[in-house]
Design a protein. Structure first.
Length: 310
């Protein structure tokens, strides 16, 4: 199972600013070796010694994760990250069978706004299969592209579209077993559990989880990777319980209780810079070390372009 992150930001697309690029350049200059870096080869070698997050960006696109299992392509959410995903598919047409299975957590803007910009949606030889427990998903997507809000109507997307309202708690796409869980989020949202060849990935975003309960621990049990909504920091959450998002520390508590191997912090706050998000990661790791000294949980930040194979 290959997982690739195309959009990791929460709430609204957040391009990196000139000020933030300046901060990164200063950070890199402070770490540069004493000798001159006279050519692009030397510079490239130096950049290989620092984290991609220190010279690149965590990314400003909203939620979109691609999962490939053999020739099956699943797409989790259609945030603005779906646009670069579509461009990538265009350039690598031979690697895709052009049937895209799209699982939606919910239909807040940051999870659907990429669809009209997804190039394969404009091609008649492509199929989009939408899955969600929501009963009126098609109406919602048509509404997003109503002419009052968007120039190109949903009906003008040439791809063959089909809708599957999920009713059974466990269903199958290809040989991948999928289940979902209703979450606490304004307007409701759902998390997904994907199991294939004894590998398990959990996509759990847009959820306010005060602390892990029995149902959610059972849902995540034994997962290889848990992608978890970590929009806020420990200090912020007490004022923001109604916003429907969680903190990384709760992700740690959940991951340890459920025996998860890797926790990926996701749906980053659009009001935080990369440095602030990285600082929050350190705080989450500290929580893990202080409370679960024997746990071997791996914790990392989701960033655009990140790939995980399980
Ligand atoms: Zn969201
Ligand atoms: Zn939401």
């Amino acid at each position: 199972m290959d997982i690739k992150f195309w959009g990791v930001r929460g709430s609204i697309p957040t391009p990196i600013t000139t000020e933030q690029i300046k901060e990164k350049l200063i950070y890199l200059a402070e770490r540069k070796p004493d000798r001159q870096l006279n050519n692009s080869e030397e510079l490239k070698k130096f950049l290989e010694t620092v984290s991609p997050l220190d010279f690149g960006s965590i990314g400003g696109n909203t939620a979109c994760v691609e999962i490939n299992i053999d020739d099956l392509t699943l797409i989790l959410d259609m945030g603005s990250g779906m646009k670069p995903l579509g461009n990538f598919i265009e350039k690598n047409r031979e690697n895709y069978n052009h049937i895209f299975h799209i699982l939606l957590s919910h239909t807040h803007w940051d999870h659907i706004s990429g669809l009209p910009f997804f190039k394969p949606a404009h091609q008649s030889d492509c199929q989009l299969r939408f899955y969600s427990p929501l009963e009126n998903l098609k109406v919602r997507l048509e509404y997003q592209q109503d002419h009052r809000f968007f120039p190109v109507g949903f009906e003008l997307l040439k791809a063959k579209k089909s809708f599957y309202q999920l009713k059974e708690e466990l269903f199958q796409i290809g040989h991948t077993e999928i289940s979902y869980l209703l979450q606490n989020h304004p307007g409701t949202s759902y998390s997904y559990r994907l199991k294939d060849n004894n590998k398990i990935a959990i996509y759990m975003t847009d959820v306010f989880l005060e602390k892990p309960n029995e149902a959610v621990i059972r849902f995540c049990q034994g997962a290889d990777v848990l992608i978890f909504d970590s929009q806020f920091s420990r200090e912020e959450i007490s004022d923001k319980k109604d916003y429907g998002h969680s903190i990384g520390e709760t992700g740690v508590d959940l991951a340890v209780a459920a025996g998860v191997r890797k926790l990926v912090l996701f749906h980053h706050d659009p009001d935080k810079t990369d440095l602030e998000i990285e600082k929050n990661l350190q705080q989450v790791k500290q929580h893990h070390q202080q409370n679960y000294s024997r746990s071997e949980l791996d914790i990392q930040l989701a960033y655009e372009g990140m790939k995980i194979t399980i």
